[in-house]
Design a protein around this ligand. Structure first.
Ligand SMILES: Nc1ncnc2c1ncn2[C@@H]1O[C@H](COP(=O)(O)OP(=O)(O)OP(=O)(O)O)[C@@H](O)[C@H]1O
Length: 357
């Protein structure tokens, strides 16, 4: 007598293997409001999406679309005038299983924040205590979560600094934030965020305050650490090109709502929503190559005197100064401009594809 398909052990194994993994984070129908002089404002209106374990989910959208509000809700750090008015945020926590984050008491948040969810903030300049040494800042995140043994803490701090690529950690740990560059400070903040092996990292525009040359190394570092530790990453960015390069899935937000969500490869190559298409068309380093015009940049010179901006000459620009200014911005995101040789002519040749409207 033939067995039913479901009855065979092999078929069962196949079905189990094919089942999608339980999401690390599930946001369902999230509504967030801010109290303002004009009354209550809905900043997030019914947002739902998941973050898979060990994967990168990028939330993209223009300024004011609600990206940071979602991130702040997930880590329980909404501004004092903000409140979650509806929905749920469930963290599938390694130790305690599914944990509802909406309505969590501050006491429970203190146990969870930093231990289960790490935050990499936007501005490394303002996020470290200026009067604490680098070592003390990283150590603090370990102490908060119960680490008491001074020797173990010191060892772990040095290990973390080394892990995020800070040379000579013994010497560096004794220095203060002002002795570190922006990129180095961001590495320290990443070390702090991963100190307690969180299952979820939230990075809110982690490189937007950094020089373009440093942005890539910091993003590479995040990629490497994520792969090493298996941490899921909720990545807030306005940069679609970065999302395309780094994210497994993308959530496109507009006006506090999700316009479109799915695997980044699909969303950013075959968008279903007109808004995503528009965002892609407007992104300088992104979009439909068929709609681009090629401009050859013939010279880039370091700015001189009171104008530190790079001076860029283009062959046959479609229109004058304004576009050259736009091009400077575009360069920031695309190529390393030589900064060291001020006033020295740098003969560089770049091919820049510029979107034409
Ligand atoms: N503390 C606040 N009080 C009142 N309104 C706020 C507050 N914080 C944010 N908002 C408003 O909520 C909406 C969403 O803001 P949010 O910062 O989440 O957007 P965003 O997509 O992260 O933007 P950006 O990329 O500029 O940071 C905006 O209309 C913003 O003005």
């Amino acid at each position: 007598m033939s067995q039913t398909l479901l009855g065979t052990p092999d078929a069962h194994a196949t079905l189990v293997a094919a089942a999608p993994p339980t999401p690390l984070l599930s946001i369902h129908d999230l509504v967030v409001q801010y109290r303002t002089e004009r009354g209550l404002v809905d900043a997030v209106r019914g947002v739902s999406f998941d973050v898979a374990p060990g994967k990168v989910t990028a939330v993209v959208g223009e300024s004011g679309s609600g990206k940071s509000t979602v991130a702040q809700s997930v880590i329980g750090l909404l501004a004092a005038n903000g409140r979650i008015a509806g929905g749920s945020i469930t963290l599938n926590e390694r130790r305690e299983g599914p944990t509802e984050l909406v309505g969590l008491s501050e006491r429970r948040w203190r146990g969870l924040r930093g231990r289960c969810i790490g935050l990499i903030p936007q501005d490394p300049g303002n996020s470290l205590n200026p009067v604490a040494t680098i070592g003390a800042s990283v150590a603090e995140s370990l102490r908060i979560h119960g680490q008491k043994d001074r020797r173990a803490i010191r060892g772990r701090v040095l290990e973390l600094l080394d892990q995020v690529g800070i040379d000579d950690p013994v010497r560096r740990a004794k220095q203060y934030p002002h002795e570190f560059s922006g990129g180095m400070r961001q590495r320290v903040l990443i070390a702090t965020a991963i100190a307690n092996d969180p299952e979820l990292l939230i990075a809110d525009e982690p490189t937007s305050a950094l020089d373009v040359t440093v942005q890539r190394t910091v993003l590479d570092l995040l990629d490497r650490l994520r792969q090493e530790t298996g941490t899921g990453l909720l990545f807030i960015t306005h940069d679609l090109a970065v999302a395309a390069e780094r994210a497994d899935s993308v959530v496109v937000m507009r006006g506090g709502a999700v316009q479109e969500a799915g695997p980044s490869e699909r969303v950013l190559t075959r968008p279903e929503s007109e808004y995503t298409r528009q965002l892609m068309a407007d992104a300088p380093a992104f979009g439909n190559p068929g709609k681009r015009e090629r401009i050859v940049v013939v010279d880039v010179a370091e700015g001189v005197g009171s104008d530190p901006e790079p001076l860029i000459s283009v062959a046959a620009p479609a229109s004058p100064v304004l576009e050259v200014r736009e091009l400077r911005q575009e360069f920031r995101g695309r190529a390393e401009l030589p900064r060291s040789s001020r006033s020295m002519m740098c003969r560089l040749r770049f091919h820049v594809e510029r979107h034409t409207r």
